[in-house]
Design a protein around this ligand. Sequence first.
Ligand SMILES: N[C@@H](CCC(=O)N[C@@H](CS)C(=O)NCC(=O)O)C(=O)O
Length: 207
Amino acid sequence: MKLFHSPGSCSLGILILLEEIGQPYELEITNLQQGAHRQPQYLELNPKGKVPALMRDGGGMLTEFPVIAYWLAKSHPGAGLLPAGLEDEVRVMELTEHIVSGLHMRGSVFAMVPQKFTADAAAQADLRQHGQEVVREGFDRLAEQLGEGPYLFEDFTIADAAAYYLMSWTDRIGVALPAPLQSYYDALTQRPAVAAALERGFPNATA
Ligand SMILES: N[C@@H](CCC(=O)N[C@@H](CS)C(=O)NCC(=O)O)C(=O)O
């Protein structure tokens, strides 16, 4: 398997899952800051021009975080990244989808890069504020879901990997983590697979 990853981006979550699985994989740095995702050779592999993207051993590129995460979890059941049973599994998928499509795409993106959507400074400020509000409410719901923790569900799942990358952006979003999420985030940072992903994925660079 080969993961196309940009340091500081959401592909960190997939990197964490690959480390959880613990099998060899290749990492191809596709640096968004340097425009690597817009180069013809990358667009040929992934016309969407986004990361994460996962090239599987048998061939076939997978894109979209929840889908890559689902495939990794189902094809490596020993890693326990999804619970057994349809109802429990679908609840994890529901939250993963909410984090990625809701909080990331409809919240953090507006808060972090409003200039992508409008050149008007006042409109940018409004968008940023809207994005921050989406994330703030989302963090409150995640804290409720976490409860006493240590994970969003009974065991570590793909939803925790999605939550981790989003929480790693708080400085750039401009929204602080509520206390329970800060403890959860700090504990996840100590998790061996997360530490390994941070080391391999160049944590200090930005998306
Ligand atoms: N819906 C996609 C979102 C992926 C995405 O937006 N990735 C960002 C990095 S966090 C990206 O590649 N941005 C580059 C761009 O939009 O030009 C997914 O679930 O994977």
